[in-house]
Design a protein around this ligand. Structure first.
Ligand code: TYD
Ligand code: MG
Length: 457
């Protein structure tokens, strides 16, 4: 009997190695290599040569090819369409990743129901829950509709056959980690299996007009199992994010062959599923009341989309030891840096204070233009002086204390006025002096000037 051929697959990066090793040679992770039996795939399964045998050429004049743009299937939720780039593309495969419990199954079931209601058919393949459980959720979110079919299976072959025979407009596979191929001996969810499952589903998607949506759980390390191997197999990777206890959910594209990766969708988890919010830009403002000390509003750009976001800071005398710096929604190192800049260039000493900084509404902000609002919120809390009514901030703070204008400051100002703010305090552009600009833009040269222009007396 021939020896069984095995390879060792890194569960983190998907690299294969013929021998076991404690550390993956490709990504350096420890104890991630898992032995996987690689059975040769039956030749028939790989029969792309049918076309070749029939003498057909793979070459087509570009003018006779229909563009994917022309025929998207709307997901039925505007915020989702925005992130997809206009809707589901027939014959494509996308991956929806996110933490367990964040709402992936809920969202996909809603989308499947909307596609079915709009006249397409949808197939929801579940490897995690029973059809009865899915039906229970569907009742809660109004997804019991004609044209939506369920299949409960953990076998890849069964899932493939179901998609091929039903040829739905949308097929959801929940989740990619629960299906297994009998051709591989690795357990469900291992890199080898996940890759094989995705590759085979991609083949089926591309062969027909179904858009296959794979649900993928994100591991503790923040990656969908074997992310690098999955990402190139799929057309789009979209993450559903949010604080589990909060209700805000953001959809973000990490890769999108059919659209921009700059768009973000804002959704809210309600009792009847995920819903679009009325005015996403206003959504992250905690209150409409008069400003309080420790709160500053910035207009963040999520991709091309301006969102008004409240930054909340609290400084309190530290009781003992080194003071705490805790943040939610922004990088703690950025806060350390801004605390140092405030001490050095604005005479605000926070070294004896605990400092807490929050982004309201569960949003995460990475852009440097949020610096100014964070610094102002900190100063406002320490001095117990609120930010002047009608003022928002967007600018980058340098270590020298100088302020740089936020990119696309005019676009942000436009949004600020739409939301009822009178002025946006920002920094200087390269080579520009501190002259007030049109339309409510106020330019400050450094952090001290910005505080003077911003805080109430
Ligand atoms: P789920 O879609 O099962 O998450 P995932 O598939 O990403 O693991 O959703 C899990 C949470 O969502 C669950 O804790 C309950 C909550 N939820 C709502 O708040 N409203 C709803 O209408 C539904 C269906 C779920
Ligand atoms: Mg789920």
């Amino acid at each position: 009997m021939p020896a069984v051929k095995t390879v060792y697959l890194c569960q983190q990066c998907g690299a294969s190695s013929p021998k076991w090793a404690g550390q993956c040679a490709a990504c350096g992770a420890w104890n991630t290599l898992v032995e996987t039996v690689a059975a040769p795939r039956p030749a028939a399964g790989r029969a792309p040569s049918a076309r070749a045998m029939a003498g057909l050429s793979a070459v087509t004049p570009i003018a006779s090819v229909t563009s994917a743009e022309a025929e998207r299937t709307s997901s039925g939720i505007g915020e989702v369409d925005r992130v997809l780039g206009g809707g589901f593309v027939p014959g494509s495969i996308i991956l929806i990743g996110g933490d367990p419990g964040i709402g992936k199954s809920t969202l996909l079931l809603q989308l499947a129901a909307r596609v079915a209601t709009a006249g397409g058919t949808a197939l929801y393949i579940t490897g995690e829950e029973s059809t009865a459980q899915i039906r229970g959720r569907a009742e809660r979110i109004g997804a019991v509709v004609d044209g939506l079919n369920l299949a409960a299976t953990t076998e890849l072959e069964t899932a493939l056959a179901a998609i091929e025979s039903a040829a739905p407009a949308l097929a959801v596979v929940d989740s990619v980690q629960t299906l297994t191929s009998p051709e591989l001996s690795g357990p469900a969810g291992s890199v080898g299996q996940v890759r094989e499952v995705a590759a085979r589903l991609a083949e089926v998607a591309k062969a027909g007009r179904t858009c296959v949506a794979l649900v993928g759980h994100v591991t503790k390390e923040g990656t969908v199992a074997g992310p690098r191997t999955l990402e190139h197999l799929v057309d789009a990777v979209i993450y559903l994010e949010g604080e589990r206890l909060g209700s805000t959910r953001l959809l973000r594209a990490a890769k999108n062959r059919f659209g921009s990766t700059d768009e973000v969708g804002v959704l809210e988890m309600r009792g009847d599923g995920l819903a679009e919010v009325d005015d996403a830009s206003r959504f992250f403002l905690e209150s409409e009341e008069a400003p309080t000390a420790g709160s500053a509003i910035t207009i963040a750009l999520e991709g091309t989309r301006p969102l008004a976001v409240e930054i909340q800071a609290l400084s309190a005398l530290a009781s003992y030891g080194s003071p705490r710096r805790a943040t939610t929604g922004i990088d703690t190192n950025r806060v350390h840096m801004l605390v140092a800049v405030l001490a050095r260039h604005a005479g605000l000493n926070l070294s004896g204070h605990d400092v807490y900084v929050n982004v309201a509404g569960g949003l995460r902000i990475d852009e440097p233009a949020a610096d100014l609002a964070i610094a102002v919120a900190l100063a406002s809390s320490l001095r117990e002086r609120p930010v002047q009514l009608g003022t928002v901030l967007a600018g980058e703070v340098a270590l020298s204390g100088r302020l740089r204008a936020a990119v696309r400051a005019e676009r942000r100002m436009l949004e600020a006025s739409r939301l009822g703010f009178d002025r946006l305090v920002t920094g200087t552009m390269r080579g520009e002096g501190a002259a007030p600009r049109a339309g409510g833009l106020v330019v400050a040269r450094d952090i001290r000037e910005a505080l003077e222009a911003t805080l109430e007396r």
